[in-house]
Design a protein around this ligand. Structure first.
Ligand code: ADP
Ligand code: ZN
Length: 668
């Protein structure tokens, strides 16, 4: 072959044709990674086609081959092609997401020095291959029979494994993986980055030893490259990793496990904006493999698909040790406010329980999903609120740094002493963040040792693990933290979990806010009562009767699902429609609005069926960010394919408008 079709990591479709120099004729194949000149730059390109003829006159040659051994397998090419179509990225961008950047660099020999800060996750005590199968209980056995039967048949099928924490889901994954191994098939296990803790890895390693390769973002440089090669050589047949592990170059894929399938961290925030769960299903379909989606609180999409027979639902209805889920109390903060005649941080009930538990040397976890000290500052005279100059949000006061900080762009400033608007000296600090809860805890419970865990307190490498090991050793009585502490932590001495405000997630302008709230409360509640000491959860709320909070109280996923799914149906929201969210950004608001209007008009012109509707344009919930004005348009359709060509044409027509348009399919 004389010519190669090549795509690159830019938001332009391609492919572009290059000639193959004689010296590379033998080695350039479909899937090869090469260097080419593009414009006046040298960029990485991916070969997606070969041909003998070419009509273009002035054709550039391929500069070089990055690595003879690095060749993308057909499965990955097909998967990335699907991603580029479904999520509206270029094929080159999608392939780039599949080949870790650091790998490309270390292979092309540009960076052979060992990177600074190279760090692996700390080792956790375990013995390779020491762990053996547990005898499955009845429900686990039924699940395994069904999964193994499908593997024997080598037919693609998606299982949704629904069961509370501790119901034995992981044991089902482990035994399914073992069965795949027996059939000579490989497995990929996806976990949210946050659950990729030493404990999780150790559990898999102690069952499968060095057949495991681990891929995660904390793995840097050469270690990442060597794990990649262990996989593509077939030495490691089991891959465990976060989102991008779905692109691992395994051979003979038989099984993909997506643990905590509802997690929003599976959605990538930059192009290509893919959801790793959906990519996992696609990859398994391509390889005729089995998928197991596991969760205690499945996404509405997945549970709906299971109810409709698209997925096979498997329920694990009991905890292995028959331990009861913790009792959940909901405190109506409106009543507390009336009683206290101010806005209290801790209800009387929460205070009493904290006191009691720390007196008994038990441990407490408190949760608040907002960092900082005060979340907004205004002038009591003129009402002026201090906002970020570049974003349409109020600045948060951080006590540690004595600064006002923007949580979107990190802008910070000294807090003014007088109102910038009217010069009055009446600035008042409102709202509640983790720093303030920490300081109030110190005031209320001077006898206790208190630690805070949020991105401010743990941004230094290793400090996160340090706090946790101190907590584990019983040297901390109370931890106050954000989202970060909601997942995965397993500490037997934690008997009390307090949610300072259940309303923060609920009040977000987002159709998934109820789902998020239910998931978060369920997860946080799961941190309590993990031993015979028992457990209690206290949820503080100003909307205590909301169904997401009530369902969390009774640990009733089905009740939540029934209510939420009927609302989604009524409002024509996913999973009842396919949704695409468009964001237009630019420095001049007028211009952003004008282009939004034009884009809508282009869409309307293309739309010929009644099955598609357009919402907006409207200012985005955060209408200005980092100096850019933002407007949204939403498209809703019965099926995804209906939108594709219409949207592509409309985007094409508005592409040189000077306004940045991002497309987010299945926004989360
Ligand atoms: P999940 O993944 O749903 O949280 P796990 O698989 O981690 O549940 O199981 C919870 C606990 O029960 C673990 O300590 C696990 O070792 C144990 N376990 C799981 N299955 C069995 C079984 N069949 N027999 C005995 N113990 C089990
Ligand atoms: Zn800002």
């Amino acid at each position: 072959m004389k010519f190669a079709d090549i795509v690159i990591n830019r938001p332009i479709e391609g492919p572009f044709t290059y000639s193959i120099p004689g010296s590379l004729k033998e080695d350039v194949k479909i899937g090869s990674v090469v260097e080419v000149s593009f414009g006046n730059k040298v960029v990485i390109g991916y070969v997606v086609g070969l041909s003998d003829k070419c009509d273009i006159e002035k054709i550039k040659p391929i500069n070089s081959l990055v690595d003879k051994k690095l060749c993308l397998v057909p499965d990955i090419l097909e998967l990335t092609k699907w991603i580029s179509n479904y999520y509206y990225s270029s094929w080159g961008e999608a392939i780039s997401a599949a080949v870790p950047g650091v790998l490309k660099k270390s292979i092309s020999g540009k960076r052979h020095r060992k990177e600074k800060h190279e760090e692996e996750i700390p080792e956790f005590e375990f013995i390779d291959g020491s762990d053996t199968h547990l005898t499955p209980n009845r429900e686990q056995q039924e699940a395994l029979d069904s999964i193994m039967g499908s593997m024997d048949a080598k037919s693609h099928r998606v299982f949704l494994l629904h069961g509370v924490t501790g119901s034995g889901k992981t044991e089902v994954y482990l035994q399914s993986i073992a069965y795949a191994l027996k059939l000579g098939l490989s497995s990929i296990v996806l976990v949210p980055e946050i659950s990729l803790t030493p404990q999780t890895v150790a559990r898999f390693k102690s069952r499968f030893g060095d057949k495991i390769a681990v891929l995660h973002s904390r793995l840097l440089g050469s270690k990442r490259a060597s794990e990649w090669h262990r996989i593509s050589s077939g030495e490691a047949q089991i891959v465990i990793g976060a989102r991008s592990a779905i692109f691992a170059p395994v051979k003979n894929l038989g099984l993909v496990v997506v643990d905590e399938e509802h997690e929003t961290s599976y959605k990538q925030e930059d192009a290509p904006r893919y959801n790793a769960r959906d990519a996992a299903i696609k990859r398994a379909e391509i390889s005729k493999a089995i998928v197991i989606l596991g969760s205690a609180t499945p996404s509405l999409e997945s549970f709906y698909a299971a109810k409709n027979g698209q997925f096979t639902l498997i329920e694990l209805s009991e905890r292995i040790d028959s331990r009861l889920l913790p009792a959940v109390d909901i405190v109506d903060m409106r009543e507390e406010m009336t009683r206290a005649k101010k806005v209290p941080i801790f209800s009387q009930k929460l205070r009493e329980w904290i006191e009691k538990d720390i007196a008994e040397r038990k441990q407490v976890i408190l949760f608040l999903n907002r960092r900082g000290f005060s979340t907004f500052i205004n002038c009591r005279k003129c009402g002026y609120v201090i906002k970020c100059k570049r974003c349409s949000v109020s600045l948060t006061y951080h006590f540690d740094k004595k600064k006002l900080v923007c949580h979107h762009c990190n802008f910070n400033m000294e807090p003014p002493e007088i109102c910038p608007e009217c010069n009055a000296a009446y600035l008042k600090y409102w709202g509640l963040g983790t720093e303030k809860v920490e300081s109030e805890l110190n005031r209320f419970f001077p006898q206790a040792t208190i630690a805070r865990m949020d991105t401010d307190s743990t941004h230094k490498r290793g400090s996160h693990d340090k706090v946790l090991s101190k907590f584990k050793d019983g040297n901390i009585d109370i931890i106050i933290g954000t989202q970060m502490i909601a997942k995965g932590l397993d500490f037997p001495k934690v008997t009390l979990v307090g949610v300072i405000s259940a309303d923060t997630a609920l009040n977000l302008p987002d159709f998934r806010s109820a789902e998020r709230t239910f998931n978060l409360l369920t997860q946080v509640a799961g941190r309590a009562g993990r031993s015979d000491l028992g457990g209690r959860v206290i949820i503080q709320s100003y909307t205590p009767h909301h169904y997401s909070i009530q369902a969390a109280k009774t640990h009733d996923y089905n009740a939540f699902y029934d209510k939420e799914i009927s609302l989604r149906k009524e409002l024509y929201l996913p999973p009842f429609c396919h949704m695409v969210s468009l964001t237009l950004r630019g420095r001049k608001e007028e211009r952003v609005f004008k282009v939004s209007d034009n884009l809508k008009a282009s869409l309307e012109k293309e739309i010929k069926s009644k099955n598609i509707d357009i919402l907006g344009p409207a200012p985005a919930p955060i209408s200005k960010m980092k100096g850019m004005y933002r407007w949204n348009i939403f498209l809703r359709a019965k099926i995804a394919e209906d939108v594709t060509s219409i949207l592509k044409k409309a985007l094409d027509r508005n592409k040189s408008s000077g306004i940045i348009i991002t497309v987010d399919v299945d926004p989360s």
